[in-house]
Design a binder for this molecule. Sequence first.
Ligand code: DQA
Length: 151
Amino acid sequence: MTNVLLLNGPNLNMLGMREPKLYGNESLSDISKNLESIAATKGCQLTWIQSNAEHELIETIHGALTNKVEIIIFNPGAFTHTSIALRDALLSVDIPFIELHLSNIHRREEFRKISYFSDIACGIVCGFGPMSYELALHAAIEKAQLGKKAG
Ligand code: DQA
């Protein structure tokens, strides 16, 4: 069974209410429930968390090793553009991850075009609103299963 961790950074608990033209009308819990049901049909175990605190995200990434997480899907929110500490946490556990954004960060303000994660991610999904999460889950499952076949 593929073990996937979905991590969400700051302000993503406000999805549904927060700038809906940009981020859509679905709450994070709606999005995650949908993902859980997709994961179940694919024989995949999905755990998800959201935190507004950088240290909690870092500790969850460290814990992913003991929890035998095979792949991480990560929407770092605004930490995308600021957090060397989260980048280092991902490098320290060496678990493959997919960077995810609801909005297309390359069509927005200049400061959002810089990501501390893109060059170390195995792939990036951005710009599809809540559907970005579904696309990332499909990609994560494929990627993890390919990794198992490669041994
Ligand atoms: C975001 C993009 C970030 O720039 C922003 O700070 C967010 C959400 C996205 O999903 O589009 O909080 O990660």
